[in-house]
Design a protein around this ligand. Structure first.
Ligand SMILES: [Ca+2]
Length: 239
C-alpha cells in the first residue's frame, strides 16, 4: 500500500529558505575557520565603527566592576560569528582576576585564534604611547601545547601591524606581557611574517589607532582565556 505524502505550500517555501540559511551558516563557519589573522580589509571595514565613539578617561582596564567595554573578535564564545563580531560580549568573573575582576571567554575549538577587542577609550590619537608599552595579564585554562599567532594587532592610518609578544603561557597561572610600542619590538605588517614596520609607521598607527587586539587563545582545542590589567604606558613607565 502506498502512502501519499502531501506537501503544503508553506513547506515548499520553507525548503529554499532553509537551504539558503544553511549555505550562509557554512560560509560563516568556513570564514571563522580559515586559521589566519584578520585581514587588512576587515580591519578597515571595522574602523568606521570607532571613529565617533568614546571618551577615554584612563588608558587602563583592571575590570574591577565589569568588562569595561572589551569585546571578542574570533571564535571565542560563539564560533559562528566570523572574525569581527564587534559586539560579542565576554564573560565576567568578579573574583577571578589578578587581583579583583577579569574577563574571560570560552573557545569552541573551531580553529584559528580569537582576540580581545579593545574599547574606544584605548583608541584614537595615542601618539604619546610611541616608545611606551602595552601591558596586560593573560591566563589560560587548561594549559597545553601552544600555537603561534600574532599576540597583539594594531590598526590605523591604513596600516595593520602585528607582533609576537613573547613566549606563550605554559601554565594556568597569570602571565604578564609587556609589549614595546616601537620598531625594536619587531612589529610586522599584516602577519608575523610580513615586512618589518618602521618607527615612522608605528608612530602613524598610534596617532590614528582604530583597532587594538590582544590574543586570547593559545592552545589548540577547547579552552578558556582570561584577561586582566591592560595598560598603555608612556615611555619610561613600563615594567
Ligand atoms: Ca582585575
Amino acid at each position: 500500500m502506498f502512502r501519499i505524502h502531501r506537501t503544503t505550500p508553506s513547506r515548499r517555501k520553507a525548503k529554499p529558505v532553509l537551504l539558503i540559511s544553511l549555505i550562509a551558516l557554512i560560509a560563516v563557519w568556513a570564514y571563522a575557520c580559515d586559521g589566519t589573522a584578520p585581514t587588512e580589509s576587515a580591519v578597515v571595514a571595522a574602523d568606521a565603527t570607532f571613529k565617533s565613539q568614546g571618551k577615554r578617561p584612563r588608558l587602563s582596564s583592571t575590570f574591577d566592576k565589569g568588562a569595561d567595554g572589551w569585546t571578542i573578535a574570533g571564535d571565542g564564545d560563539d564560533a559562528m560569528t566570523g572574525w569581527w563580531p564587534l559586539s560579542l560580549q565576554p564573560s565576567y568573573d568578579p573574583a577571578g582576576g589578578n587581583p579583583g575582576g577579569a574577563v574571560y571567554a570560552v573557545d569552541r575549538g573551531r580553529g584559528g585564534a580569537w582576540f580581545w577587542h579593545a574599547p574606544p577609550k584605548f583608541l584614537g590619537n595615542r601618539r604619546g604611547a610611541h616608545r611606551g608599552t602595552l601591558e596586560f595579564d593573560i591566563r589560560i585554562e587548561p594549559a597545553g601545547p601552544t600555537n603561534n599567532y600574532a599576540d597583539v594587532v594594531l590598526a590605523g592610518a591604513g596600516l595593520t601591524l602585528m607582533v609576537d609578544a613573547g613566549p606563550e603561557p605554559t601554565t594556568t597561572q597569570w602571565t604578564h606581557y609587556s609589549v614595546r610600542l616601537d620598531a625594536g619590538a619587531g612589529w610586522r605588517h599584516r602577519d608575523l611574517w610580513g615586512p618589518r614596520a618602521t618607527e615612522e609607521e608605528i608612530r602613524a598607527v598610534l596617532k590614528d589607532l582604530t583597532v587594538l587586539l590582544i590574543r586570547g587563545e593559545f592552545i589548540t582545542g577547547d579552552d578558556t582565556g582570561y584577561l586582566d590589567n591592560v595598560r598603555i604606558l608612556p615611555p619610561g613607565k613600563g615594567t
